[in-house]
Design a protein around this ligand. Structure first.
Ligand code: 5GP
Length: 207
């Protein structure tokens, strides 16, 4: 019944770099099939192990600004001195295929998507139990300089101020517990009442 009536839904996941979003999503994908992960475009340099077209589309500042000019982005933002953006085209296709479209985007991106596609959007904010724990994880990850880490921590504190704009909150303390919560949220976001056409439901219902 769902597939006949709705178009797909969006699940926004936000949270500071290093809070464990990627590990949580890996667990999530083991339990969820009908999803599309939105691969963002960014001007930041790839980290070791990151692959163009899988983790991000890595582009130059000029290429990114060309995409802005051509209106190719559903949303974009400057985060930690780099551009990050979500291209519109693959999202439309995935929504038409009735998929759950997952965005790993920051708070600014969240606000913009909500403005444009609020009815089909559910959002979850994920973070570590403490700022100290986040710092430890960033240091352990060993992909950023001390200056970048301090910048990310500063940003994490600012982002937490927007917590009340989100539908759900997950403290990523225990990966198994947190991933179960995320899977439940994924299922719930596909059956939001606002995804359904009241008119069609009533017609079907009456027969
Ligand atoms: P990182 O550099 O750690 O991969 O990501 C830095 C931040 O940029 C994270 O908070 C992440 O959620 C955010 N981000 C990644 N892609 C996008 C995007 O397409 N749009 C927006 N607004 N933020 C993004």
């Amino acid at each position: 019944m769902i597939n006949e009536l709705n178009k797909g839904a969006i699940l926004i996941i936000s949270g500071p770099s290093g809070c464990g979003k990627s590990s949580l999503l890996k667990k999530f994908y083991e339990h969820f099939t009908n999803y599309y992960f939105s691969i963002s475009t960014t001007t930041r340099a790839p980290r070791i192990g990151e692959v163009h077209g899988i983790d991000y589309f890595f582009v130059t500042k000029e290429e990114f600004e060309e995409d802005i000019k051509n209106n190719n982005f559903l949303e974009y933002a400057r985060v930690h001195d780099n551009y990050y953006g979500t291209s519109m085209k693959p999202i439309n296709q995935a929504l038409n295929e009735q998929r759950l479209v997952i965005f790993d985007i920051d708070v600014q991106g969240h606000d913009l998507v909500r403005k444009k596609l609020n009815d089909i959007t559910t959002s979850v904010f994920i973070t570590t139990p403490t700022l100290n724990e986040l710092e430890k994880r960033l240091i352990k990850r060993n992909t950023d300089t001390e200056t970048i880490i301090q910048n990310r921590l500063k940003n994490a504190k600012i982002e937490l101020e927007s917590l009340d704009k989100y539908d759900y909150f997950i403290l990523n303390d225990d990966l198994d517990v947190a991933s179960k919560k995320l899977i439940s949220i994924g299922h719930a976001s596909m059956i939001k009442a606002s995804l359904f056409s009241k008119q069609v439901i009533i017609e079907n219902w009456i027969g």
